[in-house]
Structures are given as structure tokens and as C-alpha cells.
Design a protein around this ligand. Structure first.
Ligand code: ADP
Length: 471
């Protein structure tokens, strides 16, 4: 697998969770998997072993000096994660940029990642299928199709490209293609050109042998103009090889019966620990004790338009006219961070907000809240609503992408239209149901749902086998 993130070493979102957990689930099924990611500044090499020194990765006349390290993780040992060490490119503060500005050489950084992954496949880890994730791994397939087309090492190799979020495309000026040392013939609309620019995600879409995305509904949605970000045509052209495989979640990390981040643990059979979690969460956020008997809504999110921040802005007055409380954790666009801050000042004692990335706090919110709100404009899969099910925290979601595929009437509340009115309608319905017998039934039903990785891993494993002509 080639990726820009893998939990626990490098994570900004769901991609890292997937690449962090799927390999181990595949190994249980007998597949031999390794992961290649960049060695960012935040990854400590003390716990890694150098396994390969490249004589240099050449992109045209520019040579990048690269070493490959093996991260030793986990007990029992996890599938190997190979770190591409090239300090001038990766040893920086951010993964993709700093202070909201992308690094100007991202096209080079992720070209080198793709080339380093090919080197790992050649010298370190014999590879039959290159499973590439998102635009950052978008060049693997084009290199294999052109630069390495006649290379005997990769003759039978296949590529699978997985789209975790079509909203991020890796768009660069036309000159990027030459700087990535790719064949100029790829600069065509049916290849990697996107309205005069080079699109790394199109490298995956156009040249991978198979495509997948992270839920069946999102796989359909991205082939429509509404969700296609201008790529729906390119995706429709490949509809025959595009599938949707729902993400699993890692219940060794997300389980209220064992979660070490919680002040008290609980299960569907004994929910008393959940009340303790709520009490402490209210205290932690400085919300009043009266909220113990009222619905507490939780949010953990990237604060962006994708996540529905704009309709929440509009619906806020209506929602907080009811006797409900909100705790929110997230980071993202400055304008939406500001919105959440102002929500807290507009509704003091009702709304409390933390701006930041805080994994333990994300767990405490999942456990302590009564409802979990995800009003996403689009959501490829979404993980938090699946964690919420397990924590008996009833999801209130917009019926899009993976949210629609994972939440049923009976385990959560859904609204379809992307509007403030529909959002507050769903919150009202949840608030009206809160506290009664049917609410406890909803919680228990939610907690019984199983989205463990095994099911998804089986689907990926079958797809690899199909690519290799083994089924
Ligand atoms: P996306 O990948 O679009 O951000 P997902 O729901 O697929 O959304 O995955 C988000 C993951 O990142 C979840 O594991 C969630 O708990 C975590 N996460 C997001 N924002 C934060 C934050 N501010 N602090 C801690 N964890 C966060």
C-alpha cells in the first residue's frame, strides 16, 4: 500500500485509520501486506531500522537521496511500514503544508513517494498489487504504465487506486509533469490533464487497473456532477472497474468496554459508565450539571464546508432554542473555526468548543455525548458515526455517502436534503426521542452493529485476487 498517512505514525484523518488497520486485517486472511509512507519530521527514526539506501531517485536531472526505514510497531508485530526518508522533502512541520498553505513542491514530494514505493517493491518487498491511496499515491500507476512499462520486475503487477476523498485532487501547473519525469503524452483529458493543470488523482483514476472508494453510495455519487468535482466523467469512463468498499473500524481502539481514554467503561448490558463519562465531559468543558438530564450533542470533525459547517451556522439559532447542549472538537478552515468559537460565545453554558487535534478527547466525546452530529455535505465513508454506534451515542447524520450506508432508521437519525431546515428537523426528532424507552433501544441496537475490518478486508482481498486473475 502506498499512502501519505498511516496511523499511528502519521494521521490527519480517516485515510490514516484505514491504512493503519486494513493491512493487519488482510494478513489475518493470509495476504502479505506492507505499507509505504513518507518519513515526516514528526516520525522518530529511533524506533526504525534502515533497510535500504537508494542510490538516488532521479526525476529528470534532479537526484533525491532516499533511504528506506522499517518502522517496528506493535506487539504482536504489525505488517511492516516502510518509511521513505528524504529529509529535504519530508522532514517538515506539516504533511502537506503549513498554516493553511500547501508546500510549493508537493508535486515533487509525492512523485518521489511513488518512485520510492516502486523501489521498495523492487528491492525490499516483492509486490503483486500496488494498492494506492488518494492523490498522494496517484503517480504509481502512471509510472508503472510508462517509465516501467517494459520492466520485467513489474510485468504482472496490478494497481488498485482507492479514493478516500475526491475533494482533494493534487492539482499542479502543467510543468509538474516534466518535474515528475513523466511522459508528456499523459497530458491529455483522458489522462492526467484537468483543465490545463496536472491532476495527480487522475493519474490513479485513468491508469490504475481497478478503482475503489470507501462506500457503495459514494462510489455512485462521485459519478454524478453534484459530487464529482469535475471528475465524474473520468470516473464514469471507468465505471466497470469502480467499486465501493465500506471502511471498517478498529475496535481494539474504539470500544467503550476497553477504551483506556475513558473515565469509566461501559457496555450495552451496563450503561452506568456512560453517565460517568457524560458527567466528566460536561465538567471538562465547563458545561452545567443540569445538562446531565438533557441531550448532549458531540462533534469531532475537520471544520470545513464538507462537514456541513455552513448549514450548521444557519441552523444554530433554531437548534439551541431547544434545551440541548453541544461539545465540539476540531480544526480546519479559519472561518469555520471562528464560527465554532462564536457559537460558544453566543450560547454560553450551552455550547463548548475546543479547537485542536486531540485523540483522547475525541474518545471522551464519543463516550460522553448522547448524540453525535455529522451534517456532512458529502462523506466518502466517515468513521466517527461508526464509532458513535459502538459507544451508544446516537448519530444524527445527513444521508450521504458512507453516512447513508452505515446509519439506519433505528440506529440513528438521518436527513436527506442539504439544508439548515432539514438539519434542525433531524435534531428536533432526536431530541424528542431522547430519554424514553425507544431511545435506550436505539442505543442498544446501535451498539450491536458490527463494522469490524474483517468484512472490508475480505472484499479487498477478493479484489486483489480478481486483479491477479486468481478467481
Ligand atoms: P475525515 O477523514 O474526512 O476527516 P473521518 O470521519 O473518515 O473523516 O475520519 C476522521 C478521523 O479523524 C476519526 O478517527 C476522528 O476521530 C479523527 N479526528 C478528526 N478530527 C479530530 C480532532 N480534532 N481531534 C482528534 N481526532 C480527530
Amino acid at each position: 500500500m502506498v499512502s501519505s498517512e498511516a496511523a499511528p505514525l502519521a494521521k490527519t484523518g480517516g485515510l490514516a485509520d484505514v491504512v493503519g488497520a486494513l493491512p493487519a486485517a488482510l494478513r489475518e486472511l493470509g495476504d502479505d501486506v506492507a505499507v509505504v509512507i513518507p518519513r515526516y519530521g514528526s516520525i522518530d527514526l529511533k524506533k526504525a531500522r534502515r533497510v535500504y539506501d537508494s542510490p538516488g531517485i532521479h526525476l529528470g536531472l534532479v537526484r533525491h537521496s532516499v533511504s528506506i526505514y522499517l518502522a517496528e510497531l506493535g506487539d504482536p508485530p504489525q505488517p511492516p511500514i516502510y518509511l521513505v526518508d528524504c529529509p529535504p522533502l519530508y522532514a517538515r512541520k506539516g504533511f502537506y503544508g503549513e498554516a493553511g498553505v500547501d508546500y510549493p513542491d508537493n508535486h515533487v514530494r509525492f512523485a518521489v513517494l511513488a518512485r520510492a514505493a516502486v523501489a521498495v517493491a523492487r528491492y525490499v518487498f516483492q509486490t503483486e498489487v500496488f494498492h494506492c491511496h488518494d492523490w498522494q499515491a496517484g503517480l504509481v500507476a502512471p509510472y508503472l504504465r510508462t517509465t516501467y512499462a517494459n520492466d520485467p520486475t513489474f510485468l504482472g503487477a496490478k494497481t488498485l487506486f482507492t479514493i478516500h476523498n475526491l475533494g482533494y485532487q493534487g492539482l499542479f501547473p502543467k510543468t509538474a509533469l516534466a518535474e515528475a519525469d513523466l511522459d508528456p503524452a499523459l497530458f491529455v483529458p483522458e489522462g492526467m490533464e484537468f483543465f490545463g493543470q496536472v491532476s495527480y488523482i487522475k493519474g490513479g483514476i485513468a491508469y490504475a487497473d481497478a478503482l475503489s472508494t470507501v462506500s457503495p453510495t459514494y462510489a455512485r455519487e462521485i459519478q454524478t456532477p453534484e459530487f464529482g468535482f469535475g471528475l465524474d466523467g473520468a470516473l464514469r469512463a471507468r465505471t466497470g472497474v469502480l467499486t465501493g468498499i465500506l471502511n471498517g473500524v478498529d475496535y481494539s481502539q474504539w470500544n467503550p468496554e476497553t477504551d483506556p481514554h475513558l473515565p469509566a467503561r461501559y457496555s450495552a448490558a451496563d450503561l452506568s459508565g456512560k453517565a460517568v463519562c457524560k458527567e466528566q465531559l460536561l465538567r471538562e468543558f465547563g458545561l452545567p450539571a443540569e445538562a446531565m438530564n438533557r441531550p448532549l450533542i458531540g462533534m469531532v470533525s475537520r471544520f470545513t464546508r464538507q462537514k456541513g459547517a455552513d448549514i450548521l451556522v444557519e441552523a444554530a439559532a433554531d437548534i439551541f432554542a431547544q434545551d440541548v447542549y453541544l461539545v465540539a472538537l476540531g480544526t480546519g478552515d479559519p472561518e469555520y473555526e471562528e464560527f465554532f468559537r462564536s457559537l460558544a460565545s453566543d450560547f454560553p453554558g450551552r455550547v463548548a468548543v475546543r479547537i485542536g487535534f486531540d485523540e483522547p478527547l475525541a474518545h471522551r466525546i464519543e463516550a460522553g455525548a448522547d448524540m453525535f452530529l455529522m451534517p456532512s455535505h458529502y462523506e466518502p465513508c466517515g468513521l466517527n458515526q461508526i464509532y458513535s454506534l459502538k459507544y451508544g451515542t446516537v448519530p444524527v447524520v445527513r444521508a450521504t455517502g458512507g453516512l447513508d450506508d452505515t446509519i439506519e432508521d433505528g440506529t440513528g437519525f438521518k436527513f436527506r436534503e442539504y439544508s439548515a431546515a432539514a438539519l434542525s428537523g433531524a435534531v428536533r426528532a432526536a431530541v424528542a426521542a431522547y430519554g424514553g424507552d425507544s431511545w435506550r433501544e436505539t442505543m442498544r441496537r446501535a451498539m450491536s452493529r458490527d463494522f469490524s475490518w474483517t468484512v472490508s478486508a475480505r472484499a479487498y482481498s477478493a479484489l486483489y485476487a480478481k486483479l491477479l486473475g486468481r478467481v
